[in-house]
Write a protein of this length. Structure first.
Length: 560
C-alpha cells in the first residue's frame, strides 16, 4: 500500500461574509516552512493566517533529509518527536568510484546528543505533523485559498485571495512569502533572482522495496550500472528508498519520467531478482540563486521563495526552517512594539549570509558532481582514485557537503568576546546540546532553552545573582550546576550530569552566556559586569543606545 494523503476541508473565510479584520501576519504557503513559521509565531503569541491553494500535503517525498539543527528547532516547536520517531536516523555514508568503495564517513562521531546527524522522512509526513501541531495551537490554516494579488504599503499588506466561494481581500501588518520556488508573491512584486541554473538534469525515483542496503547515504560516481554519471541512494520511512540518477542536460524530462524509462535504470542498479514498486518520479535541474533582499517592506520571503540550492547537501528545507527560526521571534517583538521594525534588517542580513554560504557549498558540489570540462573530469576522477588509499584526498571529494547551521558573522546584534574561550559556541553560533538532570530526571539542555532571551550561568555553588534577576523579564536566568549539586527551589537550574555541558561550552565558575530566542549565542563572558550584560541584551534586541541609557539604573556596571 502506498501513501494516502489526507484531504483538508475548505472552510468559508469570514471575509466572504463581510467580516473585516486586520491580521498581524498572513503566511502564504502551507509547506514545511510556512507551517513551521505559523507554529513559531503562535508560540510567541502572534496569531497568523496561513493560506494554501491546495487541500492536502505535498505530492512525493521531496525534502527528506532533516539535519540535527533543524531537528532541534522542531523540538522547540513541539514536532521533533513526531519526526524522529517516524523517520530513519542516520549518520554514516559511503562514496563509491566505479566498482569500489572510495571512502566512508561518520557525520556525528561524538556521542551524547539527543538528535542524530540526520533523520530521513518524506516531506508529506513532516507536513502532516506540522498541520497537526497547527491544529493543536489553534492556527487559522485556510485550504484552497489561492493568493492572486498583493499590495504592499508602508503600514501593511493587502492580499487578493481566490476561493471556491469567491474572492476576498485580506489585510495584514506583514505577509510572509513561503510559497516556494514558483512564488506568486515574488512574481506579483516583480522580483528577480540572482545566481545560476546548471545545465544538468537529475531523476528522482521513490522506490518501495525491502532494502538490502544499510541505513546510510550512498553516493556513486561513474558506477557500472549508470556509466559516466552519478547516483545517490537514501532510505526513508515505510520501506521507501530515494534514488537520484544523473541524466545529463540533453535528457527529455517528460520521457525520463515514464515508468518504462525509470524501471530499467533501477533494475540495472538492484538486479533482476530484487522486486520493487515505483511510488513517485520527478526530474529536476540544479539551481543556485536567491533574491537580492529577503525583506521587501511589509512582505518577507522565506525558504525556496527567497533562495534555491541544488538538493545534494540537504540545504533546502533545512535552511528554510532555519529562516523561520531566525525570523519569528524578531517579527513578534516588532509586532508587540518591543523592538523597532529595523530589527527585521538583521533577519535580512543573517539569512542572506546563510543563503550565500549554502549557495557556495551547493555550487561547489554541483561542479564536482557534474564536471564542466574534460580537465575538470580528469581532476575529479584522480581525486576519487586517490581517496581510496589516501586520507588527504577524501577532503577534496564533494558528493554534496551536508547541511550545517550558519554561524553568523559579527554584527551589532552580537557582542564580541573579551576573554579567551578554549571551546564553546562563539557569538553568532547556535547553542549546543548536552545531557542534564532536571528535577532529578534525565533531560537535554536545549529542551530547557529557547523562545526567549536566556542567561545561561555556570556556577560551582548555587549562589544568588540579584543583578541578573533584575534583567527579567528581558531575559530568563538558567543556572548550570555541577554533578552532585542540589539546586534550591528559588532558582531555575539544571545539573550538568556528565560534565559535558561545561566542556562543550568551555565554561568555568561564573561563565555566562547570553542566548537569543532562536538559541544562537548573542554574547559570552568568563568575567563580566552587570552593565556589560545589559548592553549586550539591548544590542541583541535591536534597541538603540537611548533605550540602553534608560535602563542603566537596573544594571549597574560593578563586576559580578
Amino acid at each position: 500500500m502506498g501513501y494516502r494523503p489526507p484531504t483538508y476541508p475548505f472552510v468559508r473565510p469570514p471575509e466572504l461574509s463581510g467580516t473585516l479584520a486586520n491580521h498581524p501576519v498572513v503566511i502564504v504557503g502551507a509547506g514545511p516552512v510556512g507551517l513551521a513559521c505559523a507554529i513559531d509565531l503562535a508560540l510567541h503569541g502572534v496569531a497568523a493566517v496561513v493560506l494554501d491553494d491546495n487541500d492536502t500535503v505535498s505530492a512525493g517525498s521531496r525534502a527528506i533529509c532533516y539535519a540535527k539543527r533543524t531537528l532541534e528547532i522542531l523540538d522547540r516547536l513541539g514536532c521533533g518527536d513526531a519526526v524522529a520517531d517516524r523517520g530513519v536516523s542516520w549518520q554514516h555514508g559511503k562514496v563509491f568510484f566505479r566498482d569500489r568503495l572510495a571512502y566512508q564517513f561518520d557525520l556525528q562521531p561524538e556521542a551524547a546528543h539527543r538528535r542524530p546527524a540526520f533523520v530521513n522522512l518524506q516531506q508529506y509526513h513532516l507536513e502532516e505533523a506540522l498541520v497537526a501541531r497547527c491544529v493543536e495551537l489553534g492556527v487559522d490554516v485556510r485550504w484552497r485559498n489561492r493568493v492572486d494579488g498583493v499590495e504592499s504599503r508602508d503600514d501593511g499588506v493587502t492580499l487578493t485571495v481566490e476561493t471556491p466561494d469567491g474572492s476576498y481581500a485580506l489585510h495584514a501588518d506583514f505577509a510572509i512569502a513561503a510559497d516556494g520556488a514558483r512564488s506568486t508573491l515574488r512574481e506579483r512584486l516583480g522580483l528577480d533572482w540572482k545566481g545560476q541554473v546548471f545545465r544538468d538534469r537529475f531523476l528522482i525515483a521513490d522506490v518501495r522495496m525491502q532494502g538490502a542496503f544499510p541505513t546510510e547515504r550512498w553516493f556513486w560516481f561513474d558506477p557500472p550500472f549508470h556509466r559516466n554519471q552519478s547516483v545517490l541512494l537514501h532510505r526513508q520511512a515505510d520501506d521507501v528508498w530515494r534514488i537520484d540518477f544523473q541524466l545529463g542536460w540533453d535528457a527529455d524530462p517528460d520521457e525520463e519520467r515514464k515508468p518504462e524509462r525509470v524501471r530499467p535504470r533501477i533494475r540495472a542498479m538492484l538486479g533482476d531478482d530484487h522486486p520493487f514498486e515505483l511510488e513517485w518520479v520527478s526530474v529536476y535541474t540544479f539551481q543556485c540563486r536567491r533574491l537580492d533582499r529577503f525583506v521587501h517592506g511589509r512582505v518577507i520571503f522565506v525558504g525556496d521563495a527567497a533562495h534555491q540550492v541544488s538538493p545534494f547537501g540537504a540545504r533546502g528545507a533545512n535552511s528554510g526552517i532555519q529562516d523561520v527560526d531566525n525570523l519569528a521571534w524578531k517579527l513578534a517583538r516588532v509586532l508587540r512594539r518591543e523592538s523597532p521594525v529595523s530589527l527585521l534588517d538583521s533577519y535580512d542580513a543573517e539569512r542572506i549570509e546563510a543563503a550565500d554560504e549554502n549557495i557556495v557549498h551547493s555550487t561547489r558540489s554541483t561542479d564536482f558532481i557534474t564536471p564542466k570540462s574534460g580537465v575538470s573530469r580528469v581532476f575529479r576522477d584522480a581525486v576519487l582514485d586517490l581517496a581510496v588509499d589516501h586520507p588527504f584526498a577524501r577532503a577534496l571529494v564533494n558528493s554534496g557537503r551536508l547541511s550545517l547551521p550558519t554561524c553568523y558573522r559579527p554584527s551589532p546584534m552580537f557582542t564580541r568576546d573579551t576573554g579567551s574561550f578554549d571551546a564553546g559556541p562563539r557569538p553568532g553560533a547556535p547553542a549546543v546540546d548536552a545531557p542534564i538532570l532536571h528535577d532529578g530526571r534525565d533531560g537535554w539542555l536545549l529542551s530547557r532553552l529557547g523562545g526567549t532571551f536566556e542567561l545561561l550561568l555556570f556556577l560551582d555553588e548555587p549562589v544568588s545573582f540579584i543583578g541578573l534577576s533584575k534583567l527579567a523579564p528581558s531575559a530568563r536566568l538558567t543556572v548550570v550546576l555541577p554533578a552532585g549539586a542540589r539546586a534550591p527551589s528559588t532558582i531555575r537550574a539544571v545539573v550538568d550530569r556528565d560534565g559535558l555541558v561545561r566542556r562543550r561550552y568551555g565554561a568555568r565558575d561564573r561563565t555566562l552566556y547570553l542566548l537569543r530566542p532562536d538559541q544562537h549565542v548573542a554574547a559570552r563572558w568568563h568575567v563580566w559586569a552587570y552593565g556589560e550584560v545589559a548592553a549586550a541584551l539591548f544590542h541583541a534586541r535591536g534597541l538603540s543606545g537611548e533605550s540602553y541609557d534608560g535602563a542603566r539604573q537596573l544594571a549597574p556596571s560593578q563586576p559580578a
